[in-house]
Design a protein around this ligand. Structure first.
Ligand code: ATP
Ligand code: LTN
Length: 335
C-alpha cells in the first residue's frame, strides 16, 4: 500500500449472544484478521445490541469475556487495531440517541431482522429491538469507517446507515463518512448442517446444526458426519438441488483454499462418508490455533480486562471527536 495515502478505516462488531459458530468465523471473523493487515481496523463486542433480546446477567458477562477473548485469539495485531467492548464507550449510546431523531419510523419498519426477531421473541418486542440498526449506524459512523465487513445478512442495516448518514450530511454538511459494506465472497453464507436451507446460527436450539468454535475435534467430526446431504452420492456444487453437499463444499473451500472444481475432482470416485470425514478434518485444522489461543486467554481475566481498558481508551478518543462535532452541528452548547 502507498505510504503517502492514509489507510482506509474499517469497523465491525459481533454480538456476545453465544459461542461463535463456524458460520460466524468463516463469514466474518476470519476475514477480520486479514483485513486488519491492510486497514485501520476497529472491532467491538456489541454488548449493547445483545440486550435487545433478554439476557441472563451472569451468562451475558461470561459471553462478553468469551467473545472478547475470541477476538484476541484471532491473532489481530493490537498495536495496529483497536479491539473493544461497545458498552465501555458511552459515545455509542449518545450518538445513537441523536441519530434516532434523524431516522424515520417507516424506514425502520422495513428492516427484515426486526421482523424475524420480533416474531421469534413475540413476548419481548422492545423498542431497542426496533431501533437496533440506529445503534449500529452510530457504531459505524463514530469511527468514520470506509468499509464495514459484515455477512450478507447485515446488508440492509448497512444501507440504512448510509441513508441516515447522507440525511445528516445533507442538513449539516460533511460530518459522516458514507460506509460501504465489505462482504467476502467465500463463506458469506454458511448454512445449517441439519437444514441447509437455513443459515448456520449460534442461537439454533439444535446443537447438531452448527459447529461451535469451541467444539472438540471429535465433536466436529461427529457433527460433520451427521450433516444432511442427499441420496445422489456425488460431490458436486449445485446450491439449488444439492444444498447440503454445496454447503459442505463451501466450508471445505474456505478451510483449504481449493476451488469447487478441485474439490469435485478430489472426491470424484468417493462417497459422502470420505467427503464428510475430510471436511471435518479440514475444519479441525482450521480452528486449531484459534482454539488453543482462546483456551489460554480465557483463563487470564486480568489480562483480558487490561486489553479491554486499552481498547476502550483508544476507541473513546476517536468516538469523542466525532460526537463533539455532531453535537456542535446540531446546536448543543459546548462547555
Ligand atoms: P444469532 O443466532 O444470535 O442471531 P448469528 O450466529 O446468526 O447470531 P450474528 O451475531 O448475527 O450471527 O452475526 C455475526 C457475524 O457473523 C455477522 O457479520 C454475520 O453476517 C456473520 N454470520 C452469521 N451467521 C453466518 C453464516 N451462517 N454464514 C456466514 N456469515 C454469518
Ligand atoms: N448487527 C451486527 C452486529 C453489529 C455490527 C455493528 C456489525 C453491531 N454493530 C457495526 C458491523 C458494524 C450483527 O448482529 N451481526
Amino acid at each position: 500500500m502507498d505510504n503517502q495515502m492514509p489507510r482506509k478505516k474499517v469497523l465491525s462488531c459481533i454480538q456476545p449472544t453465544g459461542t461463535p459458530t463456524l458460520g460466524n468465523y468463516l463469514g466474518a471473523l476470519k476475514n477480520w484478521k486479514n483485513i486488519s493487515d491492510d486497514y485501520d481496523a476497529a472491532y467491538a463486542v456489541a454488548d449493547l445490541h445483545a440486550i435487545t433480546v433478554r439476557q441472563d446477567p451472569k451468562m451475558l458477562k461470561k459471553q462478553i469475556m468469551e467473545m472478547y477473548a475470541m477476538l484476541l485469539a484471532l491473532g489481530i495485531d493490537r498495536e495496529k487495531s483497536i479491539i473493544f467492548v461497545q458498552s465501555h464507550v458511552p459515545q455509542h449510546s449518545q450518538l445513537a440517541w441523536i441519530l434516532n431523531c434523524y431516522t424515520q419510523f417507516g424506514e425502520m419498519s422495513r428492516m427484515t431482522q426486526f421482523k424475524d426477531k420480533s416474531s421469534k421473541h413475540a413476548d419481548n418486542v422492545n423498542v431497542g429491538l426496533f431501533s437496533y440498526p440506529v445503534l449500529m449506524a452510530a457504531d459505524i459512523l463514530l469511527y468514520k469507517a470506509d468499509f464495514v465487513p459484515v455477512g450478507v445478512y447485515q446488508k440492509q442495516h448497512l444501507e440504512i446507515t448510509r441513508d441516515i448518514a447522507e440525511r445528516f450530511n445533507g442538513i449539516y454538511g460533511n460530518v459522516f463518512t458514507i460506509p460501504e459494506p465489505f462482504i467476502g465472497k467465500k463463506g458469506a453464507k454458511i448454512m445449517s448442517l441439519q437444514d441447509p436451507e437455513k443459515k448456520m446460527s449460534k442461537s439454533d436450539t439444535n446443537v447438531k446444526s452448527f459447529i461451535s468454535l469451541l467444539d472438540k475435534p471429535e465433536t466436529i467430526i461427529k457433527k460433520m458426519k451427521s450433516a444432511v446431504t442427499d441420496s445422489e452420492s456425488c460431490v458436486r456444487f449445485d446450491e439449488a438441488n444439492k444444498p447440503g453437499v454445496s454447503n459442505l463444499m463451501s466450508i471445505y473451500a474456505c478451510c483449504t483454499g481449493l476451488s469447487y472444481e478441485q474439490i469435485e475432482k478430489e472426491f470424484e470416485s468417493k462417497g459422502y462418508g470420505d467427503f464428510k470425514q475430510k471436511v471435518g478434518e479440514a475444519v479441525v485444522e482450521e480452528l486449531r490455533d484459534v482454539q488453543e489461543e482462546f483456551n489460554r486467554l480465557i483463563k487470564d481475566e486480568k489480562y483480558l480486562k487490561e486489553c479491554m481498558k486499552d481498547g476502550a481508551e483508544k476507541a473513546t478518543r476517536i468516538a469523542q471527536r466525532t460526537l463533539e462535532k455532531v453535537m456542535k452541528k446540531v446546536g448543543y452548547v459546548q462547555i
